[in-house]
Design a protein around this ligand. Structure first.
Ligand code: MG
Length: 157
């Protein structure tokens, strides 16, 4: 058996006039994440961790923000593409753990829906954990400037 592990990190700026999409779920809030795609910081961190586990560079290489195809696209579509690449290399996802860090809005009520949305893109519900944390008022997250996410993926074949 071959196993691979990958780490993913992402951050996006919070701005007015954008939808807030995290984990494939639209969350009611007065601000949203700025990005070429929908700015889904959690899905980007998961995608980056999968690309890392494949040893295939990073998310920017595979989904450049100059690519019209990904303009305002659902990041779940990027995840589907990445999972195809995982399968093409003969791997399957054994486990993904992830953390989203934001003081506002409160995300924990949306976690089950996020798990379902990401499951619909191909990571089985029993294979994904999502945690929501605050930063206790400190730093860029505490000031409400942006939202941060981290993920670790384990692949096996
Ligand atoms: Mg991103």
């Amino acid at each position: 058996m071959s196993i691979r592990i990958g780490i993913g990190y992402d951050s996006h700026r919070l701005v007015r006039g954008r939808r807030l999409v995290i984990g494939g779920v639209e969350i009611p809030h007065d601000m949203g994440l700025l990005g070429h795609s929908d700015g889904d910081v959690l899905v980007h961190a998961i995608v980056d961790s999968l690309i890392g586990a494949l040893g295939a560079g990073d998310i920017g290489r595979h989904f450049p923000d100059t690519e019209p195809r990904w303009k305002d696209a659902s990041s779940l579509e990027m995840l589907r593409h990445t999972l195809e690449a995982v399968g093409a290399e003969g791997y399957r996802v054994a486990w993904v753990d992830s953390t989203v860090i934001t003081d506002r809005p409160r995300l924990s009520p949306f976690i089950p829906e996020m798990v379902r949305a990401i499951g619909g893109a191909g990571i089985g519900e029993g294979l994904l954990n999502i945690k929501a944390k605050t930063n206790e008022g400190m730093g860029l997250v505490g000031r409400g400037e942006g939202i941060v996410a981290m993920a670790v993926s384990l692949l096996e074949k």
